[in-house]
Ligand binder design. Structure first.
Ligand SMILES: *Cc1c(COP(=O)(O)O)cnc(C)c1O
Length: 399
């Protein structure tokens, strides 16, 4: 693959026509500072060693790859191998970039890390990273979500972050973003807004990708040592797209390896209740960057839906948009029903309860495995564990 491909984004933060900094000049200056500090610090051995140390002894990296033998045999066809990000401390891949962001904040002498959270997963990972690094953390969360996500709310409080309930508007994620962002604008020089995926203005899509790319670096090496060859296909779910970019990045130059991002089709692509940005979105902008979005005629984000709240986003990371256009990654979608089926099937064939987000990737692998040969391998990024979803699923299925 030509080098330009891996040199992305360009100096303005563009991946082709996507990304950039669609923000007021005052904020652009702050983002440029973050970019400069990041480019500088990530080169240093001190920063790399500290992050590597935390990945190893705090997160528990490398996470294993695991051949899901009973699942593969049940489906027939390709071997399904899981990258076990569900085994990380705090239960998902998010800790990989939260640690990077918290360390950068500390390095830059920021006084407070700010973020919003929907279901609370980003909030818990960030609050943990901030407690560890020793920096103040403030999380904004809609009142409706606070009522729904009790275990994560309690965890964030125990971890010592300031939890700000958001009472305006729909009292959910969108209003939490607005509220946290207003607080950030009070002092963007001293505060930092820790974005939870490969989205937002430059340099966040680049930084979050870099912090997550450990997943693919490990997985590629593990496939070579343990299976003697690269996988034929790598599959990951896509909300904003951080776990997918994390596992895809190292495989981008391996042209023989097919890469598949799986979006939530919710109740069906032909209903309004989905969040399939690639399948149904158009070129637009959201949260300070250009990407495919699900938008109305005025360019306002449409309400989106998925059974997995972590996939419920009307935009998608700019690098994914570029990779779709050049055809390097295929984007497919999985419905709520297929996701629930994969959730139960993985639990009962392998004794692994996946996050509903990750179950989308598992569901796609289960479907496509049947069309492949037993000599072929599908590597699935199991982005998180399903403890958070167990009550919901058992109620839904009447277990
Ligand atoms: C948040 C989350 C996701 C979705 O985020 P991406 O940025 O698309 O990876 C996927 N899986 C789990 C377990 C999550 O917590």
């Amino acid at each position: 693959m030509e080098r330009t491909f891996l040199d992305m984004p360009d100096s303005q933060g563009y991946f082709g026509e996507y990304g950039g900094q669609l923000i007021p000049p005052q904020l652009k200056a702050v983002m440029d500072d973050i970019n400069t500090a990041y480019d500088q610090v990530r080169q240093t051995a001190a920063f790399q060693d500290e992050l590597a140390e935390l990945y190893a002894h705090y997160v528990g990296r490398p996470s294993p790859i695991f051949y899901a033998k009973r699942l593969s045999q049940r489906q027939g066809g390709a071997r399904i191998v899981l990258k076990r990000e569900d085994l990380n401390h705090t239960g998902a891949h998010k800790i990989n970039h939260c640690l990077g962001e918290a360390l950068l904040a500390k390095h830059m002498g920021k006084t407070k890390v700010l973020a919003e959270t929907g279901a609370g997963q980003h909030g818990v990972a960030l609050a943990s990273a901030c407690a560890l690094v020793g920096i103040d953390c403030e999380i904004h969360m809609g009142e409706i979500d606070i009522a729904k996500e009790h275990p994560n709310v309690v965890k964030m409080k125990i971890l010592g972050c300031k939890l700000v309930p958001v009472t305006r508007g729909t009292r959910t994620l969108k209003d939490a973003v607005d509220s946290a962002f207003e607080e950030y604008l009070k002092d963007p020089v001293n505060f930092i807004y820790a974005i939870g995926s490969v989205v937002g203005p430059h340099p966040f899509p680049k930084m979050v990708r870099d912090f997550q790319s450990i997943v693919g670096r490990e997985a590629r090496a593990q496939c070579l040592t343990q299976h003697g060859r690269l996988p034929d296909m790598v599959v990951a779910c896509v909300g904003g797209g951080s776990n997918a970019m994390g596992i895809f990045t190292e495989f981008l130059p391996d042209e023989a390896v097919q890469l598949v991002g799986v979006e939530p089709a919710g109740k069906g692509l032909d209903t309004p209740d989905h969040a399939a940005t690639m399948a149904r979105g158009t070129k637009g902008a959201i949260h300070g960057f250009a990407c495919y979005t699900l938008q109305d005629a005025q360019g306002e984000p449409l309400p989106v839906y998925s059974i997995a709240s972590g996939l419920d986003y009307p935009g998608v990371g700019p690098q994914h948009c570029y990779l779709k256009d050049i055809g390097r990654v295929n984007y497919e979608s999985i419905t709520d029903d297929e996701c629930l089926d994969a959730f139960m099937t993985l639990s009962r064939t392998e004794g692994i309860i996946p996050a509903l987000e990750s179950a989308h990737a598992v569901a796609y692998a289960m479907k496509v495995a049947k069309t492949m040969s037993p000599e072929q391998t599908i590597l699935v990024n199991l982005s998180g564990r399903g403890d958070k979803d167990a009550d919901f699923v058992s109620q839904k299925l009447g277990l």
